[in-house]
Design a protein around this ligand. Sequence first.
Ligand SMILES: [Zn+2]
Length: 512
Amino acid sequence: MNYKLLFVLLLAGCASAQKAVTPEDFAKTITAQDLKNHLTIIAGAEMEGRNTPSPGLEKAADYISGQFKNFGLKAGNNGSFRQTYSLYKDSAAEMKLTINGKDFQAYSDFAPFFLNKDDLNQHFDEFAFVGYGIVDDRRNDYDGIDVKNKLVVFLNGSPKNYTTALSGRLSPAFISNKIKTAMEKGAAAIMVITEKLPARVNSRSTYRPQISGAAGRTGMNAPIYYVNENVVSAVSGENLQTVISAVDNGNAPLGIQKNNVTIRQRTVQSQASASNIIGVVEGSDKKDEYVIVTAHYDHVGKDAEGNIYYGADDDGSGTVAVIEMAEAFAKAKKAGKGPRRTVIFMTVSGEEKGLWGSEYYATNPVYPLAKTSANLNIDMIGRIGEEYLGKSDAENYVYIIGDDKLSTDLNPITDMVNNKFTKLKLDRRYNGDDPERFYYRSDHYNFARNGVPAIFYFNGVHADYHKPTDTVDKINFNLLAKRAQLVFHTAWEMANREEMVKRDMKLPVGVR
Ligand SMILES: [Zn+2]
């Protein structure tokens, strides 16, 4: 080869090396400082904890859509950045429990587990007491008791020496599972005896969407009430501890008991709304295929005393990561390096109430789910979780959840981009059969159960989880930036690779 020509070629090589644009150039625009600037606003006092629905949530929605617009994203929902859904609230105009002629007071003697939307007028002349109401492979508290069309009464919790191989939400003694058992056996109404009634604010007499089969309400048709010692002693003449001991010792009179019980409830309905915020960076040759990046921008609002739950980590961190990723992809597109597939950036609302926003989107998808290659969902990536406190890799890890499900592509893509770019410790301990059921507890699940392969990014829980102390000053912004860059690189790879992520695995049948 001609030496002179080689020299020219080398020069040309240098010039193009300087000009070559890599995903890293755009990943680098996701900075700790930018994330902090956004989060200071999103998790600021002005947003009042971003309850769904609330004026604070609307302010956050305006801020996010304003950012998307500034970056040059396309409005994601037919010309609008908002996908809005209706919410309904049933307020009890009247709630009455009468047993053997004695009236009991709502919220001092009894309280609804959640408020049924229908008016109720039920009368029973007997109820079925089933102890703790637990059914598992060694124990059947319903043994010999036919509860069909009856009022079923059981104690909250489990007996002192109760053991089960299934922990947390999988336990047959977990309240939702006990309720489900009673429903399956045909209960017409359920009363759970408890030492302490839930507070009125937690009684779920709050807004909810009308989505068919909305999360948490599926098949829950019988009214459910908590009742406390006031009711127990009026009916049995015993105090609650005596009743509990009798059940624990096997001396309690279980089964059908004659008592006149009337449950009356009249409700009035009011309406509100909340939105998902959707912006897109349109793809090129594969623009009719999609990658969707999500985080929930709502949190739990304020408590009765007015304390703000800032939700800086949950999920302000995911929200600002989505904002920064949207900006990075928009910059790439402006530099002529736009994605081949369309990348959808969506912050959803109502997550804390029961994954409402993502359920609404999954039920009313703006972009076909069959053409949505994958969902990358971020919920809490700004902190060091309790399992990593004091560990040497505390500032360099993230939990990867769900890359073992639905697609065999998720895991190698994640490892590939991480080895190449971010070099985080990827902790997959919550994959497989996780008793905490994290896979089923954030927004990606609404994509997964509709067949869209999903990865969930998470830092684990910590002492400030769902407390007013989940604040901006406790966020580790360098770590947040690094984790956001991992999601960015994963989205970049999924948006630009030749094939959509393949769907070659079945979702295990899960309970939330
Ligand atoms: Zn969350």
